[in-house]
Ligand binder design. Structure first.
Ligand code: CA
Length: 412
């Protein structure tokens, strides 16, 4: 059977980042996304260098194995280009990029993948993640240290264990060959989509929008609706049974699509990278890749535990301090109430109370200080009403003055 493809690619800077460090490419046979990252500079440079090199591999192959080898070689060549760029421009040290892509050969696809960009297959209404994230948290999940649910909110979820960059001369790249058939939709995306939009929502969009261009735009729209904290890149490839499906025009998106101008800072002159003009880079993104030794992994886990313990201890100290401050404030407030007096009644006689009439829940803030022999019945009606409502005074002596005055006016 002759099969073809219909594809689309969209890349968006997102709502928070100032530059797009993602790149994507949808060609005739090759489809790929790359998510760049960098220290002082270079995320957009890294993904652009990689995509520009890898897209040279967009051609006909006689077998999927040839395509797999060619794609893997293109990734390794990109890795060398990144190392060369860093060697010539040390300010780019630490830049790296994920790459996830495939080349279609007939009814097979040859995949190459490194990093945490993703390849999904949507088939018969179901979405499956084909690539495995090369992330710190995925490693914790694989080794049973945390659950997949904990991984979604883990503070180190953006830390990558493997990328193309200037660290490894022979990066470990996952490759595989899979069968495909008409009706399959292959989705490639950066974590700006998969980290924000759930699989369920992605599945819904793929089921409703049969046009790949529409579907790509809807996916990006969903990420923007979700706040789009990161760059978002989506490449969608529909496998069709129509041999006449015209090959789409190769489409490069993201930072690889635009000329880049780069300058280190105000003290140095702008420099040119081979074949690339680069633009000013803003502060480094939070994601970065790390060495992958077991000792380092264990140290990271220990560090996370220490941090959690410190947070817990600080929380306890904070609570104790708040309780202490509240207790002191309450004590001072109570002492103040005991400097106050008022004249009232116990129901039969006139009484001088110490404290205030208000109560704190079940706790009364006043008590009988002196019970007089003056009964309510002896008071004039007007005075009796005032005493029953209580009369506030500033001091005990003022209270006595009022009691004397009431006594003098009493009907005896
Ligand atoms: Ca990203």
């Amino acid at each position: 059977m002759t099969i073809g493809t219909l594809s689309a690619a969209v890349s968006h800077v997102g709502r928070i980042r100032s530059n797009n460090q993602d790149s994507g490419y949808s060609g005739n046979k090759l489809f790929v996304v790359a998510d760049g990252m960098g220290g002082h500079a270079g995320g957009d440079v890294a993904s652009a260098i990689a995509i520009r090199r890898i897209r040279d591999a967009d051609m006909e192959y006689t077998s999927a194995h040839d395509a797999e080898f060619a794609l893997q070689s293109a990734l390794i060549a990109s890795n060398s280009l990144l190392a060369e760029a860093v060697f010539e421009h040390p300010e780019l040290t630490g830049m790296g990029t994920t790459v996830s892509g495939f080349i279609r050969v007939g009814d097979q696809i040859a995949i190459a993948h490194i990093g945490d960009s993703r390849i999904y297959l949507y088939r018969d209404g179901e979405l499956s993640q084909i690539s495995v994230d090369h992330t710190f948290v995925q490693r914790l999940v694989d080794s049973g240290r945390i659950t997949p649910e904990e991984a979604l909110v883990h503070p180190r979820r953006s830390v990558l264990m493997r990328v193309l960059g200037d660290v490894e001369s022979s990066p470990e790249i996952d490759t595989m060959i899979l069968d495909t058939r008409p009706g399959d939709r292959w989705l490639l995306c950066s974590d700006g989509l998969s980290g924000v939009v759930s699989d369920t929502v992605i599945t819904g969009i793929l089921s409703r929008h049969s046009n790949p261009d529409d579907a790509c735009h809807q996916l990006v729209r969903k990420s923007l609706d979700g706040g789009a904290p990161d760059n978002v890149t989506v490449v969608l490839v529909d496998v069709t049974a129509d041999p006449d499906t015209p090959p789409g025009r190769p489409n490069t998106v993201g930072s690889a699509a635009s000329p880049l101008v780069f300058e280190t800072d105000s003290r140095t002159k702008p420099v040119r990278l081979p074949l690339l003009r680069l633009h000013t880079l803003k502060p480094p993104p939070e994601s970065h890749f790390e060495s992958q030794s077991e000792e380092y992994l264990d140290e990271l886990i220990a560090e996370d535990k220490r941090r959690a313990r410190r947070r817990k201890r600080n929380l306890v100290i904070g609570i104790v301090l708040i309780v202490a401050v509240v207790a002191v404030a309450l004590s001072l407030a109570y002492q103040w109430t005991q400097t106050r007096f008022f004249v009232g009644t116990n129901g039969e006689t006139v009484v001088v109370f110490q404290g205030v009439q208000q109560s704190l829940g079940p706790i009364s803030l006043s008590h009988e200080y002196m019970v007089t022999s003056l009964t309510l019945d002896e008071l004039r009606p007007y005075d009796r009403a005032r005493v029953e409502e209580t009369i506030n005074v500033d001091s005990y002596s003022e209270a006595i003055t009022i009691v004397n005055w009431l006594t003098d006016a009493a009907i005896r």
